[in-house]
Design a protein around this ligand. Structure first.
Ligand code: ZN
Ligand code: ZN
Length: 670
């Protein structure tokens, strides 16, 4: 081999150019290029080619690695067993099934298909390219399997959404392991032994399955085998428990880990952030910064930003943004996108836009985050403008981009635009609409009063409609007073989401509007028999850096007397400008007077009032509610914004409402 050691680090780049040259030109090679080539490699030696293919594959230049392989074949050189694993790995890395199949065929022709390294690489390639059947066929056929082939196959099942099969295969793996150990000596065959990488793969299957007992079983196995101290195993285990909702166990695993790396910290922050426990996520981040030598990175900051986005915590979010700037990570597309998302969800869509405009590099996720941000604030025009820019910048929209575009149309009631893009996504962009896209379209059609069209669309769906789809139809049936379709959607919802009492309340109200009191009573009994209680609504408001939480009719707050006094004063003023209470959202089993008393003290009203009383004059009041804002609060807050001459922003479970001067940004369409 004539590869010079001192130059080996530069080899991939030099070779890339050479191979490109060799694979594209048919004329006599340029003299300097040939000289360069000869200086580094002996092009007649398969070993040289193997080194180059391996080097390119390892350095991530998969395409060049494949070009090298085909150039070598053009020179009529026969590959040997070492040629294939790296060539096939390059195919997996870029999900190139076509080249993968070609490499497989060549491996077969040259008799290396059953080689343990070649077959493991092929199993991995087929799994990564989504061809699980081919992977399994090969896995079952090969005479020898090692831990790499087992792990590749198990990982293949996990990555292709079949964690159950992964766990079944793990059982077979254990059997083969014990068999290989009992007759391991003598025939010279390699013993198969479960290692920590295989454990990580099995634990990822547990994460996907989210079943506590299974996770516990695998955890027990890992302890028995002495893997509990392994960093990768610990990190995956934390995630697996978190996915079963066992945050406490997840935390215990973290606390008991002797070695923690940045991945462990990031995982714990992500676990809390994804579960909506933003306070805990921030606490973990702060203790990581204070106590440890572990340096946080872009992934950490993104996870913390996600926590801030969840809770609408602008202040820590801004601090993290400053930190991002200090660390020079603003141009990291991953972090930049999290910043956009954080500002949007904290109600500062214009700040998000400024951060977006400053990003030097934008990928499809960054564009989509900006579209989604405008959408949830009811600024559909701007959302669509960003979408047009994105297309003009030749960034191809993906599945999620279209969810954001359609959601923006649905938040603003833009029926024609919605239809246009719903059709275009399939016909022009070749993206099959999924349940989320249908959800937006059903919502758009139904709220515009086209209930039957919406129902027809549901019936046409190629995917199973979920509770969002039926929920949109049910809510629209209430607005448009359609008992028949209301009953159909409610029945589906009782099956899909039996513990949500909101649907019972909605159907009961539909019956009440139609004067069907017997049915109203039936719903009340049903709810009682199922032991259903309404999810308590609560609202948050940040005043002078402190977050205040209010429940409906809250009397826990130290200043509640002052708040109720001010609320009464406001009510007098509200009535002067023509406010009439709207009791649409209250269950019909209380009398009118009681209803009015209930809606009067809704949590969002209390939070708004407290904000108005305490926030610095001229500033915007930001309130977050866990459920959707009710019709009466919506009307009242519009008028309150006018009376006190303040801008009030309310984030509910579905979108943002910007109240100003008697109007709301949603145009009463929410
Ligand atoms: Zn309300
Ligand atoms: Zn609104």
């Amino acid at each position: 081999m004539k590869i010079s050691n001192s130059n080996s680090i530069y080899l991939p780049k030099v070779c890339s150019k050479l191979y490109h040259y060799y694979s594209t030109t048919t004329t006599i090679p340029n003299i300097t290029t040939t000289a360069l080539f000869n200086k580094y490699v002996d092009k007649t030696s398969v070993y040289s080619w193997n080194s180059i293919i391996a080097e390119l594959s390892r350095s991530g230049d998969s395409l060049e690695s494949l070009r090298a392989f085909s150039s070598m074949r053009k020179l009529s050189l026969n590959p040997n067993r070492s040629t294939f694993p790296c060539t096939i790995k390059s195919c997996s890395a870029i999900f190139d099934l076509h080249s993968g199949k070609q490499a497989h065929q060549q491996a077969f022709v040259f008799g290396f298909e059953s080689d343990i390294f070649v077959s493991s690489a092929l199993i991995d390639m087929y799994s990564k390219c989504g061809q699980l059947k081919d992977a399994r066929k090969l896995f079952d056929q090969v005479p020898h399997r090692n831990v790499v082939s087992w792990t590749s196959m198990i990982t293949g099942y996990v990555q292709n959404g079949n964690p159950h099969q992964a766990l079944l295969l793990f059982k077979d793996f254990q059997i083969e392991e014990s068999e290989s150990q009992s007759d391991g000596d003598g025939d010279g065959e390699e013993q198969v032994c479960i290692d920590s990488i295989a454990m990580v793969s099995v634990l990822s299957a547990c994460s996907r399955l989210s079943e506590k007992t299974i996770t516990e079983g695998v955890h027990g196995f890992a302890i028995k085998r002495g893997f509990e101290g392994d960093l990768g195993v610990g990190n995956t285990l934390m995630d697996a428990y978190a996915k079963c909702g066992e945050l406490g166990v997840s935390r215990r695993v973290f606390d008991e880990m002797t070695d923690k790396d940045v991945v462990s910290w990031n995982s714990l922050i992500a676990v809390y952030a994804q579960s909506g426990l933003s306070e805990e996520a921030l606490q973990v981040f702060y203790s990581m910064v204070r106590y440890t030598d572990v340096e946080y990175n872009a992934v950490t900051l993104s996870a913390v930003l996600l926590a801030c986005a969840h809770s609408g915590a602008l202040r820590p979010g801004k601090c993290i943004h400053d930190q991002v700037v200090r660390m020079g990570l603003e141009n990291n597309v991953f972090v930049g996108t999290s910043i956009i998302d954080m500002y949007c969800k904290c109600g500062r869509v214009d700040m998000a836009r400024r951060a977006f405009d400053r990003m030097k590099e934008k990928n499809v996720k960054s564009w989509t985050a900006m579209i989604a941000g405008y959408g949830m604030h009811g600024r559909a025009k701007e959302a669509l403008e960003v979408f047009y820019h994105m297309n003009r910048a030749n960034v191809r929209p993906n599945y999620i981009s279209f969810v954001s575009v359609l959601a923006a149309c649905s938040h603003a009631g833009l029926l024609d635009e919605g239809w246009h893009w719903f059709k275009a996504m399939e016909h022009k962009f070749h993206i099959q609409p999924g349940v989320e896209h249908y959800g937006c379209m059903v919502d758009l059609l139904a709220r515009a009063g086209f209930l039957n069209k919406a129902y027809d669309l549901i019936k046409e769906m190629k995917v199973r409609p979920d509770f969002v789809v039926w929920g949109s139809l049910l809510a629209a049936c209430r607005i448009h007073k359609n008992v028949e379709l209301g009953e159909i959607s409610a029945r589906k919802l009782f099956e899909l989401d039996p513990n949500n009492c909101g649907y019972y309340v909605l159907l009961s109200n539909i019956y009440a509007d139609a004067g069907r009191w017997k049915d109203v009573e039936k719903m009340r009994v049903l709810m009682k028999n199922h032991g259903l209680v309404k999810t308590p609504g609560f609202s948050l408001v940040e005043v002078k850096g402190r977050v205040h939480v209010f429940l409906v009719g809250d009397r826990e707050h130290p200043e509640h007397e002052k708040i109720y006094r001010y609320l009464e004063e406001l009510y007098v003023k509200l009535q002067e400008v023509g406010y009439v209470p709207n009791m649409m959202s209250v269950l019909h089993d209380v009398n009118e007077e009681e209803k009015e008393m209930i809606i009067r003290v809704h949590s969002e009203k209390l939070a708004v009032v407290f904000g108005v009383m305490n926030a610095v004059p001229g500033t915007t009041i930001h309130v977050i509610k866990n459920l959707r804002v009710c019709a009466d609060c919506h009307t009242s807050i519009k008028l309150i914004a006018k009376i006190v001459d303040r801008e009030i922003v309310v984030r509910d479970s579905k979108r943002f409402h910007h109240f100003k001067d008697g109007f709301c940004s949603c145009g009463d369409y929410w």
